[in-house]
Design a protein around this ligand. Structure first.
Ligand SMILES: C[S@@+](CC[C@H](N)C(=O)[O-])C[C@H]1O[C@@H](n2cnc3c(N)ncnc32)[C@H](O)[C@@H]1O
Ligand code: SF4
Ligand code: SF4
Length: 456
């Protein structure tokens, strides 16, 4: 049996241990002992299990019997980070086992990582669409607004690579309104960064060819419905499906880039989801993300929310379809996060400031794309400072570990959960929405009465 570390798996060496995560699901991070990470690193697809056991014996200076026990334990606990093959592969060695041998110091799960591993980059905040549900405060495509120059954007891409960022989500606005977005993506990919990007713009053939040549494996197409009139109504673009989405899909397939469809599930399309999946599967799409509608404060309308019952029916139907058609479908959260959170006595935690950052078109940095329009959440600008300087800045620290004084006059003032809530990284957007201030109770808080607005 041959095994190799999955291509999406990344390690980050921290004082307290090695953080293991998949670039496809950065929110799920496991802290493991460096010795276990060192063993995982030995699986390179070229050496079979027996040879790996011999490597373990050499690395840890142990007898073969002990090496076998170590291998079995690591496979039992972390086998899901490995791909398995019957045949030998060319070596895919990504981490050097010896470099992962160190004595951890301090707690295993630190509040925040020593560096950002993920960046969401709104490379432009301009957009040619006017999606009714968009949670980003966009400007029209032709608007004059400050944006990083190509030189600055490429320098920032280099900074991401140098800092050890593992994933960049290039979005916006409409990322492909910029003619240099392809070059920026190519620079990130060349630096070993996993790039995710998303579009509602008709892509030119040479652009898709360049992206394929640069090594982009997957590109997200946003398709919320296969009903042409509804698509036009939701997005504000005439002929969106026939003139944009479907031609893009064909171009991607032609160039070997896997299309992933993102569908925002709302009241208007929730009943249509199974037929949407079938129709797009017939056109060659295998991967889907069904996103829950997120409340923004730009074009928000409560009518966009799908009802809980409709979501449950949809999830059941999709489950059956996934089995039948062998599709890869990520479902939206089912049930109210507020109820789930309060029932479980824990609030959803956020990666903003703990494992990642959001960068706006002009280089300003915040915790979350929906907070970018609020200058009080700006923690730096990548055209003036490096990502690491911003990561270690007092401005970011003040949001990640807020001063209890900031909460004076709110329910959090004197609350015995204050430290625990800050430890999870507060959602300042939710706090703003319910109390009009950053430093206040979270929407998910079970100490204050249920807020009068619906957030999820
Ligand atoms: C903000 S857009 C940027 C990229 C590009 N303009 C697009 O629409 O694909 C990224 C993704 O977020 C989705 N999105 C926008 N507003 C949303 C909301 N309120 N809730 C959930 N997803 C949303 C879009 O449909 C798209 O798939
Ligand atoms: S969802 Fe994307 S395409 Fe639609 S308005 Fe927002 S940024 Fe533009
Ligand atoms: S959000 Fe709620 S639980 Fe947390 S500190 Fe404030 S009042 Fe206490």
């Amino acid at each position: 049996m041959y095994r190799a570390l999955r291509r999406t798996i990344r390690f980050l060496k921290e004082k307290g241990g090695v953080v293991v995560f998949s670039v496809e699901n950065i929110g799920h991070q496991r802290w493991i002992h460096p010795a276990s990470a060192a063993v995982l690193a030995l699986f390179d697809g070229q050496n079979d299990d027996e040879q790996v056991r011999a490597d373990i014996a050499r690395l840890f200076l142990v007898e073969p019997g002990k090496a076998e026990t170590i291998q079995a334990k690591v496979l039992r606990n972390f086998g899901d980070t490995l791909d398995t093959f019957d045949q030998q592969r060319a070596s895919s060695l990504r981490y050097v086992a010896k470099d992962l041998l160190y004595e951890p110091e301090g707690p295993m799960a630190a509040k925040r990582l020593s560096q950002p591993i993920e960046v969401a980059w709104l490379i432009t905040e301009r957009c040619h669409c006017s999606c009714r549900y968009c949670c980003i405060r966009t400007a029209p495509a032709a608007a004059e607004m400050p944006e990083m120059s190509t030189e600055q954007a490429l320098a920032f891409a280099d900074d991401c690579v140098g800092t050890g960022v593992q994933k960049v989500f290039v979005h916006g606005g409409e990322p492909f309104l910029r003619t240099d977005t392809t070059a920026v993506i190519a620079r990130l990919l060349a630096g070993g960064i996993f790039v995710q990007t998303s579009t509602k713009r008709r892509l030119a053939r040479d652009m898709v060819r360049d992206l394929a040549n640069a090594g982009l494996e997957e590109l997200q197409l946003s398709i919320d419905t296969v009903r042409p009139e509804l698509a036009e109504e939701l997005i504000g673009i005439e002929g969106y499906l026939d003139r944009v989405a479907f031609p893009n899909l064909e171009l991607l397939l032609e160039h070997g880039i896997r299309p992933r469809v993102n569908t925002v599930v709302m009241s208007y399309n929730v009943a249509e989801i199974p037929s949407l999946l079938r129709a797009l599967a017939a056109r060659g799409v295998r991967r889907f993300t069904l996103s829950g509608y997120l409340r923004g404060d730009w074009r928000h309308d409560d009518r966009h929310f799908a009802g809980g019952d409709a979501l449950a029916v949809m999830a059941q139907q999709v489950g059956a379809l996934v089995e039948q058609e062998g599709l890869d479908v990520e479902l939206p959260p089912l049930g109210s996060p507020r109820d789930l959170s309060i029932g479980g006595k824990r609030y959803a935690s956020c990666g903003g400031g703990s494992s990642g950052l959001v960068v706006g078109a002009d280089g300003r940095v915040s915790l979350c794309d929906r907070l970018l329009p609020y200058p009080e959440t700006e923690v730096g600008n990548v055209t003036r400072s490096s990502l690491m300087e911003i990561w270690q800045s007092p401005q970011l620290e003040a949001l990640v570990s807020p001063d209890p004084e900031d909460f004076c006059g709110t329910a959090c003032d004197g609350c015995d959960q204050l430290e625990a809530c800050s430890r999870r990284i507060r959602c300042y957007h939710r706090a703003l929405r319910i109390s009009g201030r950053l430093f206040g109770p979270d929407y998910l808080c079970d100490v204050v009465p249920a807020p009068p607005i619906r957030y999820f």
